[in-house]
Each structure stands twice: as C-alpha cells, then as structure tokens.
Design a protein around this ligand. Structure first.
Ligand code: PGA
Length: 253
C-alpha cells in the first residue's frame, strides 16, 4: 500500500524566518518516525532554502506554493520551476483557489504545470467547486476545471500529477466536507483523470482532500473519505496540531 501523503500549505505564514525554521524542525523530527505517511511542507518562497534538510530526512519533503508560467527571463516578481528544483523542491502546488481568485486562468495553470513537470518535479493540481447544487452541476464544473488544466499535458506526465480536491466553500471554513461526500467526489476526480490520460493512470493517481482539515477530523477523512492524503492549510503552521495530525493519520491502517 502507498504511504499517505500529507501536504502542509503554509500560505503567507509564518511572519518570520525563525518561526518557519522552528516549525520545519518539529515536522522533520516527527516525520522520521512515521511508518505509513510522508510529509511535504510548502513554505513561502523566501523560507524554502532554510527549511531544506542538509541530509535526507525520512518521509520529509519540500514543496512550493506556485511557480511562474515562464521558464526564465524578464518576468519581474516571478520564481521559475528551475530555481525551485535547484533548491531541492520536489512538489509544487498549482492552481490553488486563492491564486485562481486573484485571476489565474486554466490556461496559465496548464503552463505552470508544464514548467513543474518539465523540471521533473511532482505537481499538486488543486481543483474544487465554489458551491454545491442539488442538480449536480458542480460535477460538470469540476470536470471542466480538471480537463482544461490537463488537456495540453502529455500522457507521460500523468504519474507526476497529484490532484488535490479542495471544495472552495470548505477552505478556511470551520467544518470540512463530510467524509462520505469526499469519497464520492474523489472517485469522480479519478474517473475524469482516467478519461483524460489512461484507465491505469486514473487508478494510480493520488487524490488528496483539502479544506478545514485538522487533527480531529483527519482520521475520519482518511478512513471514510478513502483519500490518498490531505492538503492542510491553517493546521500546518500550528506545529502542535500538525504533529498530532501526522501521528493520527500515521495510525490509520
Ligand atoms: P485550510 O486551507 O486547511 O486552512 O482550510 C486549505 C487550503 O487552502 O489548502
């Protein structure tokens, strides 16, 4: 069985490098003892280099929260996939709803994905509906979102793409989505992925759930929701809560 993947999206937190190092140290220490889970922390760009381990730490990986649509050149304020790769980044979040809300388009998301994959890193593609309706129209929207981001991606990259299903209404909310609904939607996501790439790719791709995950609800989301892992926002910069979450998920068989 695959190890579960727990991704911490730190967003624009914490405020200082000293705090960032402290959280990273704690997470590293706990990760080394995990048996059934692996951890990726995604600090803000300026903190990445200081969170990287000097030597390989078991079950611990570094991710980034986004990357440029471009390879290099005159793009003020941008950070390229090559630069991230050079810092030992292994995973890059692409298409987070907060970035989409600032105007990122499916076309840009597809270009960011391409940059990440061309550098040999793993892309964590975020998708999710704004709201749910009785008629199930949200499923159609979800399908279109996945399709338009992945259409131009060659099949050979399917194994390097993880889908993070994050219903937008659950991000930053007090309650996560119901685990049974998570299960249903994650199957739908796998089916869409299979239709774009191959049936085998659909079976093998990892689907994570994100949105109001904490150490209390994480085990149920893993067991009933049957996802391959979690994308955690707020709880990932609360080091005590995150450590509890890692241990709780590790204990889930
Ligand atoms: P949250 O954020 O866990 O704070 O709801 C999740 C996310 O945005 O990835």
């Amino acid at each position: 069985m695959n190890k579960k993947l727990i991704v911490g999206n730190w967003k624009m937190n914490p405020a200082t490098l000293a705090e960032a190092k402290k959280i990273a140290q704690k997470v590293k220490k706990v990760s080394a003892n995990l048996l059934h889970a692996e951890v990726v922390i995604c600090p803000p760009f300026p903190f990445i280099a200081s969170c990287v381990s000097k030597k390989t730490t078991k079950n611990f990986h570094i991710g980034a929260q986004s990357t440029s649509t471009e390879e290099s050149g005159a793009h003020t304020g941008e950070v390229s996939a090559k630069m991230l790769k050079d810092l030992a980044v292994e995973y890059v979040i692409v298409g987070h709803s907060e970035e989409r809300a600032r105007g990122d388009t499916d076309q840009n998301i597809s270009r960011r994905l391409k940059q990440v994959l061309d550098e040999g890193m793993t892309a964590i593609l975020c998708v999710g509906e704004k709201a749910r309706d009785q008629e199930g129209k949200y499923l159609e929207d979800l399908k279109n979102q996945i399709k338009s981001s992945l259409t131009d991606i060659p099949k050979k990259f399917a194994k390097s793409i993880i889908i993070a299903y994050e219903p937008i209404w659950a991000i930053g909310a007090t309650e996560a989505m119901k685990p049974a609904d998570i299960y249903e939607t994650s199957l739908f996501v796998k089916k869409v992925f299979a239709d774009i790439f191959t049936p085998d790719a659909g079976i093998k791709t990892l689907v994570l759930y994100g949105g109001a995950v904490n150490f209390r609800n994480a085990p149920d989301i893993m067991i009933v929701g049957r996802v391959d892992g979690l994308l955690v926002g707020r709880e990932s910069v609360n080091s005590e809560g995150f450590v509890e979450l890692l241990k709780a998920v590790d204990a889930v068989q």
